[in-house]
Design a protein. Sequence first.
Lengths: 261, 261, 303, 303
Amino acid sequence: MNGPGEFICRVSAQVSLASDSYLLKLEAPTLAWTTSPGQFAMLQCGEGLDPFLRRPLSIHQVERKRGVVYFLYQVRGQGTRWLAKRSKGDMIPLLGPLGRGFTVNPAGGKGLLVGAGMGVAPLLLLASELANQQWEVVTLMGAQTASGILRPDAFMDYGEVRTATDDGSSGMKGTILDLLNKELDDSSYDMIFACGPLPVLKGVQSISIDQGIPAELSLEERMACGVGACLGCTCGGADGEYLRVCQEGPVFKAGEVDIDG
Amino acid sequence: MNGPGEFICRVSAQVSLASDSYLLKLEAPTLAWTTSPGQFAMLQCGEGLDPFLRRPLSIHQVERKRGVVYFLYQVRGQGTRWLAKRSKGDMIPLLGPLGRGFTVNPAGGKGLLVGAGMGVAPLLLLASELANQQWEVVTLMGAQTASGILRPDAFMDYGEVRTATDDGSSGMKGTILDLLNKELDDSSYDMIFACGPLPVLKGVQSISIDQGIPAELSLEERMACGVGACLGCTCGGADGEYLRVCQEGPVFKAGEVDIDG
Amino acid sequence: MADLSVNLAGIKMKNPVMSASGTFGSGSEYASLFDISKMGALVTKGLTLRPRAGNKPPRICETPAGLLNAVGLQNPGVEAFISDVLPEMLGFGVPVIANIAGSTTDEFVEMARQLSGTGIVGLEINISCPNVKTGGMALGTVPEVAAQVVEAVVKETDLPVIVKLTPNVTNIVELARAVAGAGADALSLINTLVGMVIDVEQRKPVLGNVVGGLSGPAIRPVGVWAVWQVAQAVDIPIVGMGGICTGQDALEFILAGASAVAVGSAFFNNPMAAVRIITELDEYCTKHGVDKLQDLVGAAWKE
Amino acid sequence: MADLSVNLAGIKMKNPVMSASGTFGSGSEYASLFDISKMGALVTKGLTLRPRAGNKPPRICETPAGLLNAVGLQNPGVEAFISDVLPEMLGFGVPVIANIAGSTTDEFVEMARQLSGTGIVGLEINISCPNVKTGGMALGTVPEVAAQVVEAVVKETDLPVIVKLTPNVTNIVELARAVAGAGADALSLINTLVGMVIDVEQRKPVLGNVVGGLSGPAIRPVGVWAVWQVAQAVDIPIVGMGGICTGQDALEFILAGASAVAVGSAFFNNPMAAVRIITELDEYCTKHGVDKLQDLVGAAWKE
Ligand SMILES: Cc1cc2nc3c(=O)[nH]c(=O)nc-3n(C[C@H](O)[C@H](O)[C@H](O)COP(=O)(O)OP(=O)(O)OC[C@H]3O[C@@H](n4cnc5c(N)ncnc54)[C@H](O)[C@@H]3O)c2cc1C
Ligand SMILES: Cc1cc2nc3c(=O)[nH]c(=O)nc-3n(C[C@H](O)[C@H](O)[C@H](O)COP(=O)(O)OP(=O)(O)OC[C@H]3O[C@@H](n4cnc5c(N)ncnc54)[C@H](O)[C@@H]3O)c2cc1C
Ligand SMILES: Cc1cc2nc3c(=O)[nH]c(=O)nc-3n(C[C@H](O)[C@H](O)[C@H](O)COP(=O)(O)O)c2cc1C
Ligand SMILES: Cc1cc2nc3c(=O)[nH]c(=O)nc-3n(C[C@H](O)[C@H](O)[C@H](O)COP(=O)(O)O)c2cc1C
Ligand code: FES
Ligand code: FES
């Protein structure tokens, strides 16, 4: 890894999916080649000085030969609202790749991907890399309702996909943790990779510890610099010291972090 | 006059002219019907809170039946740079019509329009109204070079157009004040209507006083509210009191203001 | 429709949204845009005993997410205000509060006297204007001096006295305690921060007055902090202000401890700001099952 | 190429653009983005005598044209800094200034002692941090207290002593005079303004620490004003900061009287900000026929 770069990227396409979510395709050849699964970029989401901070978004998918990078995101506030209005030809400054991503053991294995809501964003690139390294991949996706299950078809390229929704409109009726417990009852896995809201990550963390299955969790925190310089994005570490989500994370081993601590 | 309104206007077209200047066409039927020559609007020129203030732009031209209003403006800084990037379908919030415009005496007469650089912006609607009221109109336009003479063809619809440029690339070689002096040597006028940088307005003011020809001058000042509420946009009045450019102006009688005072 | 009403030290308002002094003219400037009677209260431009011409232009300079102003209290003087401007303000059927800016205690007292019985329902004592050479902020940075002004005005008038404080001090709580102790009925927080902008081409200050007062969203966190601190230290109600543009912004101030809020610079960004804020406050209450907005005052530290 | 160099109280810099304490890590975080040796000087994160864990998250909150931070001086302590971090900072071949934040005078003195002879070329005395309970701003608001800290440090060290002041005071000129009188070699203006943001859904402060320091373009006019006032009152050089994002912003501070400038929050908006500023300062000089940038220091009031 040579460290992040600053790129002004051309939008090559943007499409709106369900549930206020968007798939953004940027021309970013260097980023496409240098990033690894679980890393993110800081995107400038405005023209003036408001909003002032860049927005962290996970690298969702890359097409190395075409030099493009995809982001999958949900409109939450001012920055993502601005981003959703961009279209082909617009330019977006971006800093990346950033952070420590998922561990993809080249020896292969059986991996369980757990994506709650928008938490699926960093998992697609991971699924593809795992598949490349001969891993067997199963993806669990959870949401409130079927329209919140994002891009299940894309995940199907790399292995089986199972879903859970609160209302039962897609897959199992229940939470993604219910689905995870069921899945672990049925099969054994070498590794769990999870991303989603804190309660889900906390659940995965205790399941991982209880059942002795190693897990990696992708966390979120408010960020300013994105490169480890400002100490603004810390979360509690297992040994009481603060860890920088942008540098020691965003992906942590389940035992490293004190979630909601 | 019923006072200004707040409208969110759709851009119906925008075209870039010479010298970093743009012609913007907005759907604004109420504004088109209620405005009079020399009035202006405050346009919101950004999406976030930076830039924070709206930008004052003169009503350049209206097509009442089509419900459209044109603005002619030059890119100067952050706000106008943003505006120049808008295209068909974008929405722009706008407050108007604002201020006191030019006096168009329904009795008719012979009017001399003096537009220095971007100062021509408010004069086209004036030319059309004067022509409507049976005035004979001559327009003097000045700029550094030919490319700075904006829309002379549009002004030709309402009367003769004469130009002056510093380098002689269009019309007379010299300043617009030289051209004005020459014109007044050749013909007599009932009224001068001028807009442009302060030195030009100051020149027109003294010519008006010296030669006893009434003149109206359109001034500029930094504005916050645009409606007379904040007292931020004042210029010196002839009697020593401050006048609000957005309310008592932007068009003043030559004797009312102490230019650069 | 939730109950947005507030009784601010005896001033009854149907909602907590006031205009901030100096930003809303007499109200009539905005009357073609929205129904002014929807406002909770109107506050006048800062008034002085004699007419004031104000500072030399330029008086306004945009800054990131805000602006500097150095109007310098241009106003016709309290007498001409009462005869020429006040009647149209009263015509909106909304409580009108007079913002007064004396350069001495005597001037404050004299203005308080002249304004009583005119229909004005409260006085906002402006000891925080950064744009004048005498009076203004000079009276509002030393607790004892501020208290002395307030005491004299309170003695003179039966009207509720709201004291407007400057954030340009080391310890705003100390000031607030001093004026509360001197009998203030309420506080307004905050007036503008002092700032300046330099024109790098001209190599001189942009404002004719060199310095000006910084307002707008840029200063909102400073305003919320002032209210948060002061509300926990004094027992009188607070009018919160500083960059309020939306219902959410207003709620920040209310949750920090403000009973009412004032809208100033926001009008320049969006002339419909006050209407938007009132609507959004109501929506928030409805969405969150809040019957009475006043129940939220200080809720961010009370629970 | 104009002459951008500056000798800041004995610290020789090839240009006046420094990093602002706490925003630039050790510099290595940005080393893949631009050549760090292009910077005029690097300033460390605030150091304390013992390691500090810092405040509980969230520590960052965006505000209009700025941000609040409440990092709370997380750092490994001065000893670990010297052994683990300083070597890589010195490796960039750029002067390194240590920002020290004691909670007592003795701590300041002890850190000054430990840092001398380490390659550090200057000390920035941080008596203006709003995010710690002891020391910090508490030492920097009363002129006599500030002067006493500075005097003790100056006595201990041969390094140039730069004193960083807070804008959260009634009279920054008085403070500046006091620390200049106590032997400070230079001043840094300004540290952050105190502010807070409330989450209206949670009805509690966003920051784990409740309050934080407001930085970024939002506060730039306050910073320019502080420099303008202080530069005319003291004879020691000033490092100006507060929302500097462009060459034009840096020039505002220089024309107001700053000999050098620091870039902080701008890195978060644009990681290439420092490079941009250096380039634009050079362009401005070339365009306006300025041979030596230092000739412009204070030009807005000197002529
Ligand atoms: C490493 C990382 C990767 C992420 N990847 C994705 C992704 O791939 N897709 C996606 O939809 N979202 C992702 N997020 C969350 C995303 O960053 C926020 O939704 C986004 O910043 C919200 O910005 P806004 O302007 O729309 O919202 P606002 O609420 O207006 O933002 C205000 C401020 O809070 C910050 N903020 C708000 N929510 C979050 C959050 N959840 N995490 C961190 N900062 C936040 C913003 O960055 C901004 O500084 C990721 C977050 C992190 C930390
Ligand atoms: C009544 C009136 C009518 C105008 N009509 C036109 C027109 O039709 N066409 C046109 O090109 N220009 C017109 N102008 C000037 C136009 O308002 C400015 O060029 C524009 O505001 C610059 O904004 P900016 O963001 O690009 O520049 P910036 O320099 O970034 O603006 C910074 C601030 O200064 C203000 N400002 C800068 N220049 C001026 C100026 N000359 N007058 C007033 N405020 C200024 C801006 O509004 C803003 O608040 C008019 C000005 C006034 C007062
Ligand atoms: C143009 C302008 C004029 C002002 N005039 C006054 C005044 O006369 N008296 C006063 O007490 N405050 C005055 N203020 C301060 C505002 O009332 C308010 O306290 C401040 O602007 C912060 O609120 P805001 O950010 O919502 O504008 C003025 C502010 C502006 C922008
Ligand atoms: C995240 C962050 C951390 C900071 N940490 C320190 C610090 O440790 N010591 C210090 O003196 N100032 C610290 N500051 C203040 C900056 O050095 C600077 O004075 C202030 O941010 C204003 O400049 P800016 O607007 O360019 O950021 C910090 C600022 C930020 C944003
Ligand atoms: S965002 Fe700055 S250290 Fe992580
Ligand atoms: S811009 Fe507010 S009075 Fe003219």
